[in-house]
Design a protein around this ligand. Structure first.
Ligand SMILES: [Cu+2]
Length: 120
């Protein structure tokens, strides 16, 4: 079980960060190497996280989020761009919103499949 989790995390890391380039090499100094430690990705393919929307680029289907740590991925908190699976995910969302969102591995790496506002 542990081995399987580590393997899937490594794959997720390579595919999600390497190919898609969702921003982990980026600005706020989080050169985030793939962390395989105490994470438990389990068998669920969707990962839930919480953050604050910083910027939305609807035409590109991208959203910049300051997210809290995501233990299931072994990620620390950071600010980065995510791709949304469908632009409809961004409807009703504005910069400054505190959100809960779900990430799933799609064709181009990790994508946000759901996003909902939380009380501030
Ligand atoms: Cu991140």
């Amino acid at each position: 079980m542990i081995k399987k989790n580590v393997l899937s995390l490594v794959l997720l890391g390579v595919v999600g960060m390497g190919v898609a380039g969702t921003g982990h090499a980026a600005p706020d100094g989080m050169s985030a190497p793939i962390r395989v430690a105490a994470a438990d990705a389990g068998q669920a393919s969707a990962v839930s996280a919480v953050g604050v929307v910083e910027q939305i680029r609807p035409e590109q289907g991208k959203v910049k989020i300051s997210h809290e740590a995501i233990p299931a991925l072994g990620w620390p908190s950071m600010t980065m761009f995510f791709r949304v699976k469908d632009k409809a995910v961004l409807e009703g969302i504005a910069a400054g919103d505190k959100i809960r969102f779900e990430l799933e591995k799609g064709a181009t790496g990790l994508e946000i499949t759901r996003m909902e506002k939380m009380a501030k």
